[in-house]
Design a protein around this ligand. Sequence first.
Ligand code: SF4
Length: 367
Amino acid sequence: MPKVTFPRMGESWRAFKMLLEDLGNEVVVPPRPNKRTLDFGVRHSPEFACFPLKILMGTYLESIEMGADTIVTTGGVGPCRAGEYAMLHQKILNDLGYDLKMIVFEPPRLYPFNFIKNVWALNKARISIREIIAHIKRAWRKLQALDNAEKLSHVVRPREVKRGTTTTVYRKVLEWISEAYTTEEIVEAEAAALEALRGIPQDFSKDVLKVGIVGEIYVLLEPASNLEIEEILGDLGVEVERSMFLTGWTRDNTWNETTQGLTVKEAASPYLPELVGGHGRDSIGHTILYAGRGFDGIIQLAPFTCIPEIVARTILPRVSKDYNIPVLTFFLDEQTGKAGMTTRLEAFTDLMRRKKRFHDVSTCLTG
Ligand code: SF4
């Protein structure tokens, strides 16, 4: 039986593992990226490759060490390098002597036959289409439950009475959702998870700031790649709202783009009417929408050398000025350190608090 792995993006692996096992595959869960992963990835990737490509390279090598021989991943369209990732990874891995199978899912909206062919290739249990659809629906429900628990943790963390409680409870409830199998169990586990998070003692008199996080999908979704920025901000008394979750991105890239996706494009169009690839245009659109909702600041997360986010970064100072909202950009790579990031976030938090108090002018910084 083939041993299947996939890119690790936050906690979504819990739903993907369940789905792939339901289809009759043996799954190698990709390990959480760490220093060793990065060292591996950097060593075996082109120097100027995007940061996510390097982390994924390291993750794949670690998964291969654990026995994986098949990688399931996504392709992509548009004017950036994302669509070439799978091919490049496969070429590098082949050059390193690994004979791997790569199953690449292109956006089903544009390539429906690719989707059907790939699902069938993964259907080792040879179950019916009806059963496959039921398994996909259940995995989707699990993804939603995971996203909902994470969203609530972002609201609770800055208000918690005892620092660290939210993170402890959040890790525990993830296991509950993970262990749930039937739809009923998933719904029950989600309800229990949300209740446990809401039950954390909170101080509602705290002056909590609200920050929107925008940027490239991988560094938004995988905490190991952004040095757990959401936790750092929560500990600094900042509630974060992330512009992208896997469920939202999947909805916009499967059968139909949602009205939410269209609104983001509309908001961005006076500044950036063109598709620049990746999520550059979304970063502009979300910044404008967050400003309209009265957020205190924006943080842009961009992989080093990511062209779409560099384009967005050149436009954000104008957006920041026009909408009077501070914006801080982090270009992330293997050199980025947590201590330096924390110091910049502390300074940004001070700036937002002062601005809130004195209605200061806009600011756009690069971290
Ligand atoms: S979006 Fe940015 S980081 Fe991702 S592949 Fe494109 S250029 Fe690279």
